[in-house]
Design a protein around this ligand. Structure first.
Ligand code: GDP
Ligand code: IMO
Ligand code: MG
Length: 421
């Protein structure tokens, strides 16, 4: 069976921590989309680690880790990540597998990302500038280079050809990007990539499924950043919802089991784009401080606001979420009251549906208000132990979304997770 774990908001819901927690139940953790734009934080024996391309099961001895074909790989970023991990886990390479159909991010993809964002001015997406958009454009445009290509004799010619195309595109931008110094490290990293375990992932997974192995597909970004259903064009360039798993790993839908959807107890977004429940005031600032809301990859400060149940209902529906996981509940310890958006008011009318274009629609969130709790959740060691007002808040969220909460996270540590029976 393949279970799925994905973010239901705009990313950074705490996927890394939860995958690391759940990994003991699984034989394989597989990333199915995104690339080094992701930053998944986990704490290993109190030490903070941020994973970007490598799946978050890497700290478990028994877990194999697959970077699936739906992922775009920057060899330089991957090499750097592996080197950082080798210091903590010398066995990381023996448990890491890479799909040969995964596409490569070239230095000129990063340059194009930077030039394109600069040209957009105040309309910029707020991209992480890791070359994600241009790499996926080449994939769908049928020009891309894949991991399997680095094993072919004519890789250098194919690289040169694609680079030439990118240089012509770059010439159209005013912004000059100094990408040349990125080329040599790229070639060195490609050389390194050749030594890793590159597999025909769809058959590799099929064999493991046949022998009864349990697999967890780890999502990156969040459902509201999905290329089709997110707040387009302020999105990433892949399908972040559960549908992305089958295409991103080469597995049939029949194998999909549980779909875990993660949401923070409030909401954040990093980068540009609509965010109906954003708090541009001291409460927002207090959330940022209490939740330490600064990007794991770029260090940018994250925009903060109340939980948006309209958006969550939409993303729960899109992925068929079977179990909810609510993270960062401890962050709300100091807040009173606590709010949750239960409808959008558009042109004076209330709706619980996501409009076609959040960017051009004037949306006023309608809030339900909840009392804060007087006992810190961070001090609770079981769900039973949590204050009644918090239990009521959880019940409300479950009823609104029509899905049960399976776990509540109340701190950054692996063990700070309350299981709801
Ligand atoms: P991801 O991209 O979904 O893996 O999330 P990030 O790692 O980018 O951001 C989540 C941040 O919240 C990280 O710094 C985590 O250590 C932290 N975190 C995760 N769960 C909790 C929690 O329950 N409470 C608190 N206070 N922090 C948490
Ligand atoms: P994880 O996996 C939060 C955002 C960027 C930008 C938009 C497009 O850690 O949750 P891109 O680099 O993909 O072209 O950026 O998407 N974004 C994320 N926001 N968490 C992420 O990943 C993100 N990955 C991309 O900030 O607004
Ligand atoms: Mg993150």
């Amino acid at each position: 069976m393949i279970d799925v774990l994905l973010g239901l908001q705009w990313g950074d819901e705490g996927k890394g921590k939860i995958v690391d927690y759940l990994a003991h139940k699984y034989d394989i953790i597989a990333r199915f989309q995104g690339g080094p734009n992701a930053g998944h934080t986990l704490y290993v024996n109190g030490v903070k680690v941020v994973l970007r391309t490598i799946p978050s099961g890497v700290f478990h001895d028994h877990c194999l880790n697959l970077i699936g074909n739906g992922v775009v790989i920057d060899p330089v970023a991957l090499k750097g990540e592996i080197e950082q991990l080798l210091a903590i886990r010398p066995d990381v390479l023996s448990r890491l597998f890479i799909a040969h159909r995964a596409h490569l991010i070239l230095p000129t993809h990063r340059a194009l990302d930077a030039a394109s964002e600069a040209a957009k001015g105040s309309d910029k997406i707020g991209s992480t500038l890791k070359g994600i958009g241009p790499a996926y454009m080449d994939k769908t445009g049928r020009n891309g280079l894949r991991v399997g290509d680095i094993l072919s004799k004519d890789f250098q010619q194919r690289y040169n050809k694609l680079k030439e195309k990118h240089l012509q595109m770059l010439a159209q931008y005013d912004q000059k990007i100094e990408w040349e110094e990125w080329e040599q490290p790229f070639m060195e990293a490609v050389e390194y990539l050749r030594t890793l375990q590159i597999v025909n992932a769809e058959y590799w997974l099929e064999d493991h499924l046949k022998s009864g192995k349990q697999i967890l597909a780890e999502g990156a970004q969040g459902s509201m950043l999905d290329i089709d259903y997110g707040t387009y064009p302020f999105v990433t360039s892949s399908n972040t919802i559960a549908a992305g798993v089958c295409a991103g790993l080469g597995v049939a839908p029949v194998h999909i089991g549980e779909v875990y959807g993660i949401t923070k107890a409030y909401c954040t977004r990093v980068g540009s784009g609509p965010f109906p429940t954003e708090l541009d005031d001291e409460t927002g600032e207090a959330l940022r401080k209490a939740g330490n809301e600064f990007g794991a990859v770029t260090g940018r400060s994250r925009r903060c606001g109340w939980i948006d149940l309209v958006a969550l209902r939409y993303t729960v529906m899109l992925s068929g979420v079977t179990k909810l996981i609510m993270t960062k509940t401890d962050v709300l310890d100091e807040f009173n009251p606590i709010k949750a958006a239960v409808a959008y008011k558009i042109d004076g009318k209330e709706t619980k549906e996501m409009p076609y274009d959040l960017c051009s629609t004037d949306v006023e969130p309608v809030y339900e208000t909840f009392p804060g709790w007087d006992k810190p959740l961070s001090a609770c060691t079981s769900f039973e132990d949590t204050p009644q007002v918090f239990k009521d808040y959880c019940k409300f969220v479950e009823q609104y979304l029509g899905t049960k909460i399976g776990f509540v996270s109340n701190g950054t540590g692996r063990d700070q997770l309350l299981v709801i029976g």
